[in-house]
Design a protein around this ligand. Structure first.
Ligand code: 13P
Length: 336
């Protein structure tokens, strides 16, 4: 077993999942302002360390993705944030892309940037304690999109990123997110997501990536947020599994879904059914941002010093997701 494979399994095994707390300052400002909390470095740290020091970390969370600001912060408990996360048994990770910019040649689409100077930045993050990383490519669906250009360019960037990350002894999360925005059908989402994931692995293989040391972070197969016709959770699970079985090489140890705008319970229910029907060798778990933090953030915003109340809500959410990652969740457990 390679060292990279060991790290990936440490993050994903036993129903554990990933807390995606890597919102950029821009996104975090939107989240905090939506609950009327000023977005200062101190408040961003306070919310995040409230989660990172909760008891649920030990039982449910295998990895935490951080943003550059947070990995460099020291917690109010006088330890660095990566130390606080490692103490709970979880692996510290870091988002290393520098965001999605307009794609020259196809102005309605995005290309994720951040390759320049990446090798040096990775060495620094490794020193700070990171053992895995994230890079998100983003694709929108319409009649024309995603274009071949966007699929090719983003897949190529994901592969070059992955090569540099593995060279530095860390596990790359490869995140090609096909957005829920739009009124497309689930079938269209299935077709476009399949094409995107296939292209990503073609590029990863050309770039000689050790696939046993990669975590894929895809979207689930859903109808667009504005679509008239939604599909059931059973259908989401079946289509998502079909898409992954057809397009992900079996050497990949695990898949950690993004929540992408689903509610907390939707994201949990869909993951649970994916695991109930999982007839693959892939570990299927979560790497949720909003679907792990939304309720906790709302509660915290009313009294930012109520640490134990906020942690209780976070622990419950992480517990539900971890049950779903083992196919052991049920709706009744939500209210217990
Ligand atoms: P959501 O679960 O809120 O979609 O965030 C996951 C993520 O990391 C997106 O890049």
């Amino acid at each position: 077993m390679s060292e990279l494979n060991k790290i990936a399994l440490k993050i994903l095994s036993n129903g554990k999942g990933i807390l995606a707390a890597d919102e950029s300052n821009g996104t975090m400002t939107k989240r905090l302002e939506s609950v009327n909390v000023p977005s200062t470095p101190e408040n961003r740290l306070l919310f995040r360390e409230t989660l990172f020091s909760s008891s649920g970390m030990k039982d449910f969370i295998g990895g935490v993705i951080l943003f550059d600001e947070t990995i460099n912060q020291t917690s109010n408990l006088k330890q660095t944030i990566p130390e606080l996360i490692s103490k709970s048994g979880a692996v510290p990770g870091i988002k290393v892309d520098t965001g999605a910019k307009i794609l020259a040649g196809s102005h309605e689409e995005k290309i994720t940037e951040g390759l320049d100077g990446l090798r040096e930045r990775l060495k620094n993050y490794y020193k700070l304690g990171a053992r895995f990383t994230k890079w998100r490519g983003v694709f929108n669906i319409s009649d024309k999109y995603p274009s071949k250009l966007s699929m090719h360019s983003n897949a190529h960037a994901l592969a070059r990123y992955s090569a540099l990350v593995q060279e530095c002894g860390m596990v790359p999360i490869v995140e090609p997110e096909v957005l829920m925005d739009g009124d497309h059908s689930a079938k269209t989402c299935f077709n476009k997501t399949s094409e995107v994931i296939k292209k990503c692995f073609e590029e990863l293989i050309i770039n000689k990536i050790d696939l046993s040391g990669v975590i894929l972070k895809p979207n689930m197969i859903l109808a667009g947020a504005a679509a008239d016709k939604k599909i059931s959770s059973e259908e989401v699970a079946k289509l998502t599994l079909k898409c992954l079985k057809e397009n992900v090489p079996t050497d990949v140890p695990g898949i950690a879904f993004l929540s992408g705008g689903q509610t907390e319970v939707e994201a949990t229910e869909n993951l649970n059914l994916i695991n109930k029907h999982n007839d693959t060798n892939f570990i299927m778990t979560y790497s949720y941002g909003r679907a792990l933090q939304q309720s906790a953030l709302k509660f915290w915003s009313k009294d930012i010093n109520n640490t134990s109340g906020t942690q209780k809500i976070f622990n419950h959410r992480a517990n539900m997701c971890t049950l779903a990652a083992q196919g052991k969740w049920s709706k009744e457990l939500e209210t217990k």
